[in-house]
Design a protein around this ligand. Structure first.
Ligand code: ATP
Length: 379
């Protein structure tokens, strides 16, 4: 077990004379035993970052340290990391037992009985002890993924590197494996980097999440920090389902004026906005209050479409005069009714509002995490 440090990592590829910057000056310190999720849209550089740590790619610039030791020039098999791939990457002609023991037999001179002991322990941990004599072709996708994880555990590495390991499983199994993997990682206490493009996985699994876009690190923080205090518009839009509602607006004295509504600013808002003149106003769907009594922050809107989800409804709404692609969303309790065409009042509570600089995308004002966490737990 060890701390893993990415210190100004850059990775470029040469694409027929054009330079592709896959990872752009990324620095992250991952604590000993921490579960860090690397998340971002397709092509943002997640896999390349992971592959540089595993030694499957060389870095163009920067330093990777594991347990304080620079590992840039070490061969993959000498790095003391174990990678788990989406494709499982099992040898089809070998049994489960052979797949799990192969790496140890090849890269160490560990006695056979010790290898056997480790394989049995890992197989029991992963619930696949009765499958040890089967070949991968005789296993379900979920079972193959357990073998791939078991094979990583057997190596007793200083760090697990997981690249979308659950992506090929169906939704129900994925949810089950998410919890199982988290428990396993906690029990083993091995520093883990987990790559996914799925923000739900990122929110639910990570001690912290690191969000990448176009090779650049956008934010590193706990899931709650990234959700309530996004560093910029990209993070605000990427984390959260349905996405945060955003409206371009200009600052006009004590008001923000958007295309179809104006919002009265409080002193806290004004102070945070400073002298920015073009901004983006943001509010999360669950913060939009539907059907409240009128005050300074309420508006009349029309329901456009209702998406029932069972436990809650996504209500897509429009201001008068807004185009079809200018809807915004509120989430309401599943037992509350709303119907397309209804005229309703919505409120944007001042304490829940986010404001971003329109030019840079940087957050000027966020919902305060203290407020959000101030909600008392009911046990
Ligand atoms: P996905 O979620 O789709 O796997 P990703 O976030 O893991 O995406 P990467 O696979 O790391 O993204 O790719 C980052 C960028 O680097 C992309 O633009 C990709 O096309 C480019 N890239 C990756 N590997 C190579 C390579 N071997 N040669 C050239 N370009 C590459």
């Amino acid at each position: 077990m060890a701390e893993l440090q990415l210190d100004h990592i850059t990775k470029t590829f040469d694409d027929g004379g054009d330079e592709i910057v896959a990872v752009d000056d990324v620095s992250i310190d991952i604590e000993d035993g921490e579960f860090l999720v690397l998340v971002g849209p397709s092509g943002c550089g997640k896999s390349t970052t992971l592959r540089t740590i595993a030694g499957l790619e060389t870095v163009t610039d920067g330093e990777i340290r594991l347990g304080g030791e620079v590992i840039n020039d070490k061969r993959p098999q000498d790095r003391n990391t174990a990678m788990v791939f989406q494709s499982y990457a099992l040898y089809p002609h070998m049994t489960v037992r052979e797949n799990m023991s192969f790496g140890l037999e090849e890269s160490t001179d560990m006695p056979d009985d010790e290898v056997e002991k480790r394989v049995t322990e890992a197989a029991e941990m992963m619930g696949i002890a009765d499958l040890l004599d089967r070949k991968p072709g005789e296993l379900s996708g979920g079972q193959q993924q357990r073998v791939a994880l078991g094979r990583a555990i057997v190596r007793d590495p200083q760090a697990f590197l997981m690249d979308e390991p659950l992506a090929n499983l169906d939704a129900k199994l994925r949810a089950q494996m998410r919890t199982e993997l988290q428990r396993l990682q906690e029990d083993l206490g091995v520093t883990t980097i987990y790559v996914t493009h799925d923000q739900t996985e990122a929110m639910t699994m990570g001690d912290r999440i690191a969000i990448l876009d176009d090779g650049e690190l956008q934010q590193v923080g706990t899931p709650l920090e990234c959700y309530h205090e996004p560093a910029n518009l990209f993070v605000a839009g990427f984390i959260g389902e349905p996405s945060m509602n955003t409206f371009e607006a200009r600052v006009d004295g004590d008001r923000l004026v958007a295309d179809h509504f104006a919002f009265e600013l409080t002193d806290r808002h004004r102070e945070a906005i400073g002298d920015a003149d073009r901004v983006v106003f943001g509010i999360r769907p669950e913060d939009v209050e539907v059907g409240t009594t009128a005050d300074d922050h309420t508006y009349d809107v029309t329901v456009d479409v209702v998406e029932p989800k069972g436990d809650e409804n996504y209500v897509h709404m429009r201001f008068e005069g807004a185009g079809e692609d200018e809807t915004f969303t509120a989430t309401i309790d599943g037992l509350r009714q709303a119907t397309a065409g209804d005229d309703v009042t919505v409120r944007f509570p001042p304490e829940a509002v986010h404001v971003f600089d329109a030019k840079t995308g940087d957050a000027l004002l966020n919902r305060s995490l203290e407020d959000a966490e101030g909600v008392e737990l009911v046990l």
